[in-house]
Design a protein around this ligand. Sequence first.
Ligand code: GLN
Length: 192
Amino acid sequence: MTTIGVLALQGAVREHIRAIHACGANAVEIKRKEQLEEIDGLILPGGESTTIRRLMDSYGIFTAIQNFADKGKPIFGTCAGLIIMAKSIVGQAEGHLGLIDMTVARNAFGRQVASFEAELDVAGIAEGFRAVFIRAPYVVEVGKNVEILATYDEHIVAVRQGPFIATAFHPELTDDHRLISYFIHLTATNKS
Ligand code: GLN
């Protein structure tokens, strides 16, 4: 069976675990770097990207996740997770993991619209997907190897680069598990 880890330092961890179980895969909360050896794919949840990054450093797991990615293991970042996967972040000197060749803007939809829902078509994965955005970022620019999976209001909100996928919204907060299920499938294929 495929085992998916959810980085469990801060943020929407439990909702991802529940969604993974609903899709029939194993789910593990990841807090220690040794646990990365038990999993086939990793989800970086939404939350607060600066807090998650700080905790990644203090738990000594940041480099271990980079090594996990270097092995070509699938990673799915949602919301703050998307920010952590980006090569660069508007207004910041450096990105975090830099796994996807893209520039992202944090809290990009503005303070007035802290959260909203929208129906999106996610290319080849889910038509009419109800996406929940919470103080969401969006992608400002992508490199040529990045596939744009979805846009909202002309802004890029879902991307894929090889084994790495990222969404500006939270796919774990509704009962529509098509995106999580897609990630589990990608991970299972990668494993075999
Ligand atoms: N605005 C948050 C950040 O910059 C992300 C919000 C979220 O994950 N829901 O980290």
